[in-house]
Ligand binder design. Sequence first.
Ligand SMILES: [Zn+2]
Ligand SMILES: [Zn+2]
Length: 431
Amino acid sequence: MSASKLICSCYDAGHPWTTSCADSAVGVGAIAFKQSLRIYTSVYLLSYVARGKKPVPADIKKLLRGILQSSAFLGFNGFGFIGSFCAVRYFSGGFTKFNAGFLPAFIGSFLAILIERPSRRGQLALYVTNVASESVWRMLVARGIVKSVRHGEVLVFMLTLAALVPWYRRCTSSRDSVYSLSRFIIGGSERFSAPIYPDHGNRRCTKHALCKHKNSCIYYMLEGFVKKFIAGYGIHAGFRFILSFANLLRNPRLITKIVSNMDNVKFGLFVGGISGIVRSVLCNLRWITGKDRPEHGVIAGFLGGLPMLFYKSTTLASYLMWKTIEVVYREGIQAGKLPAIPGFIEFLYSFSTAMLFHMAVFEPHNLKPSYWKFLVNLTDLRFAQMNRQVLDLILPKASSSVPFWPKYEADHVSQELRSMFGLNPHFSMTS
Ligand SMILES: [Zn+2]
Ligand SMILES: [Zn+2]
């Protein structure tokens, strides 16, 4: 039997490592800030190095400011969550399904995201929304509300490309990463704004009058597949090389294993397949219909998503889906077709983070495992040290994957907890 409201203290359920609410909020905030400094230093440095610019003093100042601001944001998110957790319990007198995870996380995240640079907020909102959607899906599957669909991620990916390819073809230019990625995989000549490459009356070069690419259609389709297969293979092998660099120094023979790994081939087939299929469908439709219509991109994109069968990834499919929704939505705002909602990004970040925190508090077993690991590391294990056996009383199975029972200070445990767990054999207290 689960209760709708659990009457106990926040020391009992939320922060059993310290009896003081202020200590726990400030402590978690400080730990999260320290861990964030480590995370963001590598993130910012890597992205700076990837841009390949010569370092100048002004850049370094900007980099340091960025690292500090982002760490302050994440640190404050930790502080704000615990602070609101205790405040909400104080004012409502107990814990419910809603106010022990979702509500305090929403308040904490909303205040925290205002600290982060506005230009980074969209990216963060997209990231947490992606993780939240994956986690909510796992939660629904676990409850038997939806059935896990075979090849579901492939279908999502196909539908996403069915929207993304037409968007890319309409685009004249964009600084968005998804635009550069589409251009890299599909090529520049499928954009409606691209100039037609003259065929100089070369008889052997059979291409449709509406095709803007350089060589014959057959060459163009094969080129798409082969070049992107090699690129995909190389990128995948390169990533593996970097990730296992330390091991390689110790055992150089590993290199053959890295180069010949089947996953490289699969990733090559995935990337090359998208390029080959999208190009083939578009060229063929031009030949068949004698036109180059926007709808062709929908068919080309949908079929172009099939190669995900070679390289299945829920994270990739779901991330690209949210990214596509974002760019199409932004396009709609610019065209005046969709309303621009002020504060939407901040709301989305807070809502998705609140969903994730609700799950982290009440059902960490359904949370995406990498996100749970991130939260536990960010708080130096504190997140795993809540007493979820108490929370079981509101939402059964809350403690099923983290059955942690804290060592309490006897004279600080609430009377309610004593009477609820008085007979529990695990109930040990230290004074
Ligand atoms: Zn408290
Ligand atoms: Zn063609």
